[in-house]
Write a new protein. Sequence first.
Length: 94
Amino acid sequence: MAINPPRPYKHITVRREIIKQMLVTMRDFGSHGWEVLVLWLGEIEPNTGKAQVVQAFVPKQKPISSENGVGYFVTGETLFQLNRALSETGLRLI
């Protein structure tokens, strides 16, 4: 069975309040010297290549910071729960 690769998005819309929410989260993590994973969840119009972000989602994660750099860990269970929620809601990762 052949799987068609996803088409590139031609236009992505993100509401200002979602951007503000992401910036608050990113500044909070950044104030501790950490990186943060923020995922855009939304809807895609496959025929037009347009995507609309409806939610900025911050999965449960463990930030790390050391002399070697910064990063984060997201558990397999967290990713499984995200995948299940995406399936239930019909939202997609943007």
